[in-house]
Design a protein around this ligand. Structure first.
Ligand SMILES: C[S@@+](CC[C@H](N)C(=O)[O-])C[C@H]1O[C@@H](n2cnc3c(N)ncnc32)[C@H](O)[C@@H]1O
Length: 297
């Protein structure tokens, strides 16, 4: 059905047909996209709901927001530049409710492809990694100012990096760092023969710390449940096991007690990309989609 590569950003929405299948959008439905990015999923959903006045698009990235404003600014779509936790609190305060909610977590292809954003360990750029360029904390601050113990902690917790202590020592003994390649090449030089690039887990850990990714997700899930109408559907796509664990446990907790359950799981096991999608869009390899219907308040 849909493939939908964005010609300006090269961002291909992951699991697009599967998202449409689990959300099952109908004409007139209201829709909240918590990570609207470059509009791939919301475009497809809107083609079914045909209800721009009932669509709210959230993203914390300035570039994504500019893109969404150019695309939908003249329609009745509400575009919110904020992190999804703050946006969800504001929407609840204003008594919004939605038939369909989607969170496609993590970073967009543009984040990795644009060296100047500092997300890529293969392209030289500043140590930035901020999704919202208005915030103060950057990767550079984390790498150049965190204590060895703090670095060990985030490398272990957010990178699941078994060599956390060694890598923290390498960082502390060689700072200051100014660029992504300076850091990734140094780590790669110390750990050869890795299946993946030896700095992959370090970059993941720093990115999660800079963007406070896991805390924002954990703190938002209850609010998303409140924002969903009874009979409404929520779908969440995660890209690594730490995120997926949080989503899985939340869905399990809210669907397991027989009479009290607020959610019915649409898929017992997460939906993952098929081989053809992975060939077309390697980013889809680690995507996991979980979805549920709200059955009571
Ligand atoms: C994987 S992309 C989404 C792509 C989108 N579904 C599409 O089809 O174009 C993730 C987007 O979520 C945004 N994002 C990540 N975490 C966020 C958060 N906590 N609050 C708001 N936006 C967030 C990122 O800036 C990025 O644009």
């Amino acid at each position: 059905m849909h493939q939908n590569k964005n010609k300006y950003t090269n961002h291909i929405p992951v699991l697009l047909n599967e998202v449409i299948s689990v959300l099952d959008p109908k004409s007139g439905n209201t829709y909240l996209d918590l990570t609207a990015g470059y509009g791939g999923h919301c475009d497809a959903v809107l083609s079914f709901t045909t209800n721009p006045g009932g669509m709210v698009l959230v993203d914390r990235d300035n570039q994504a927001i500019r893109f969404l404003q150019n695309k939908y600014g003249k329609s009745k779509v509400l575009i919110v530049h904020n992190d999804f936790l703050t946006a969800s609190k504001d929407l609840l305060k204003s008594n919004y409710r939605f038939d369909l909610i989607l969170a496609d977590l993590g970073v967009s292809s543009l984040h990795f492809n644009e060296a100047s954003r500092g997300f890529s360990l293969l392209r030289d750029g500043p140590l930035d990694m901020r999704m919202n360029q208005d915030q103060d904390l950057t990767a550079e601050k984390v790498i150049n100012t965190y204590s060895r113990e703090e670095l060990v902690c985030i490398l272990k917790e957010y990178g699941e990096e078994p060599r956390a202590r060694l890598i923290a020592d390498i960082i502390v003994n060689n700072r200051p760092f100014n660029s992504t390649l300076q850091l990734s090449n140094l780590i790669a030089g110390r750990f050869k023969n890795s299946r993946i690039h030896p700095a992959t887990k370090t970059f993941q850990a720093i990115r999660i710390e800079v963007n406070n990714e896991l805390n924002l997700l954990s703190d938002s899930l209850d609010l998303w449940l409140k924002l969903l109408s009874v009979g409404g559907r929520i779908a969440i796509i995660s890209f690594h096991s730490l995120e997926d664990r949080i989503v899985k446990n939340f869905f399990k907790d809210h669907s397991s007690s027989k009479y009290e359950a607020e959610l019915n799981l649409i898929n017992k096991h997460p939906i993952t990309a098929g081989p053809q999608e992975i060939v077309n869009n390697p980013r889809a390899r680690s995507a996991k989609l979980r979805a549920a219907v709200k059955i009571k308040i």
